[in-house]
Write a protein that binds this ligand. Sequence first.
Ligand code: BGC
Length: 731
Amino acid sequence: MTNSTVKKLFEEMTIEEKIGQLLQLSADFFQGNSAVITGPMSEHHLNLKTLYQAGSVLGVSGAKRVRAIQSDYLAHSRLKIPMLFMADVVHGYQTIFPIPLALTASFDPLVMKNASEVAASEAAAGGVHVTFAPMVDLVRDPRWGRVMESSGEDPFLSSVMAQAAVRGFQGEKPLANEHIAACVKHFAAYGAPEAGREYNTVDLSEWRFREQYLPAYAKAIEAQVLLVMTSFNTLFGVPATANQYLMRDILRKELHFNGVLISDWDAIGELITHGVAGDLKQAASLALKAGVDIDMMSFAYAHYLKKATDVDSNTKKLIDESVMRILELKDVLGLFDDPYRGISEEREAIAVKTHKNLASAQHAAEQAMVLLKNKNHILPLKQQQRLAVVGPAANTGEILGSWSWQGDSSTTESYISALRRHFLNVSYAQGCGFHQINLQEVQTAMKIARNSDVIVAFMGLPQSDSGEATSMTNLCLPKEQLTLLARLSELNKPMVIVVNTGRPLVLTDVDAVSDAMLISWFPGSRGAEALANILDGTVEPSGKLPMTFPRKLGQIPIYYNAYSTGRPIQGDSSDNENKYLSKYIDESNEPLYPFGFGLTYADLIVTDLRLNQKTITPNKSIHVMAVVKNRSDRDGLAVVQCYIHQKVGQTVRPIKQLIDFIKVIIPANSTKTVEFNLTLDKLVSVHSDLARHIDSGEYIVMVGLDSEKVLKDTIFAKQNIGELYNDQIKK
Ligand code: BGC
């Protein structure tokens, strides 16, 4: 459709039809082909006419169902404006990829892009038009269960992954039928709830918000994401869904977002419980003024906007703006040309769970797993070694992770089944459940362990313990699992511990009894095969931690890119010589495993950090070069990371901040030089005037294979660099 045809359609709409576009219904309003009002849905006091004017629905999918519902809807719709079908397609549709935190651990944006592309192609064939992904909320507190859906603690890494996901889901505009619109969420700062408790207050200074939390949303918008979702939390004292400063000034004016803004589930209704609206009518008005276009499941707009237009002409203008944005989205998706976007049961059957898609999911899982420890090179295991496989996560298909509603864990291969294919001598006894233990099971596990060469223990959390509404106060493995590990360790056999988790855990006790420790996350449909490939050495482990793993719960929030304090500890934090330093009296400051950390089987080191010049100018970026040496007979996969630290800033600066990374193969017994292009925009910081600046002065450049062990050099940005840079941007 041309712009003018969309405009013409818009002009023909009645006010009821316009308000209908702003209403989103859940799947419960549809039975068979038709819209219905049954059971709890009748509490919302909507009538059938209103349902047949709703602009969108969430959670309905499947080519046959979507076709039938769309066709019935169009038959009832005066202007034949197709409905949008939205759903949470987060890390796969039927082919499930590793959870987003794990995809990020790959440190490979192509892995994220490909996962999103595959998810889009399958979901599109199943009739989905919009996915509520990616979630790009920066996170620092693993008590919050939704860290599994994030890209971790670093603004740069999150930004790179946000862009990759948006590009993967959406492809190019106008969207081809194999792509779907992405919705970046949750604007804003949903990942910083106090005490890690779900839906809790967020209270950040605007300075910190702009420095660390805003960049990933901004990058997704730069990548032309078509929708944004509001967050449940408050920010700067006002719930995001009613926050005009956040939505109008920052999102629309500053970030130039001109797509559709949708509320989170009933977030408009929650303005009442937040205590900023006296009733649903006021809530509707606040959200509309903040620029929220679609009301997901509070029905405030459907009930109250019409009357408001009688008394207030501004309301009508705001409704019109929202409707135009929604119609434009429908147009970009091609729905006015084909309301079904080419779906059919036949196309769906050949599009989902293809050999190629499953192979991509396996590759992603292989790239995502993180090897934290490998004493005496116990891994990779040898084919003929006698393995005693134990633990509650060994024999289950529930390794898909949260947000895998179209995935099928009952047909997902378990770890033990894949191990039996890869190794000749495997015995299995569960030993304990995730949260249960009994003596007899422990004894059976001890028996097989006694007759083995290596114990391989699959521990961790069930998949239901991460995702939305799973905040936790204890991040150690459940005591039943620790008991089993303690008993097994009495045997003095080498022990490999695989940890299934959607979040960083406090693994100090597990570390103490392990010889090798591998984080498998929730690795998706082909996770078991990926794991077996890593354990037998077919595949080189190469994932890196996108979040710090704490040593003790009380260290939380702990993250590598903290700001300098006035009294930093020097060296070893257990040194008690000076009491008045920024440290604990009962624990060191160091994490158990730092951000960016992950071992490989190949023996890799970074040497010879070199810079082509020391001074950075707007026209001359600095080439940062380092040599990566592989001192082993295996090909290695290195994730080389480049950090900076600004020595003197107008505001305090992070002690380290990731500015670039690259994942490269280093062939056996050889070296490779990697190069980063350090451009001026990498030096941007937010000053206390809340604007972005580039400061002159000294910066330390660091390169390493994790955030802790790095080589360093110094560079200089000359005086008035900021003005020079601004002049260059203006040109
Ligand atoms: C979540 C959103 C999700 C929505 C729709 C909410 O509870 O916070 O992330 O997209 O439900 O399922």
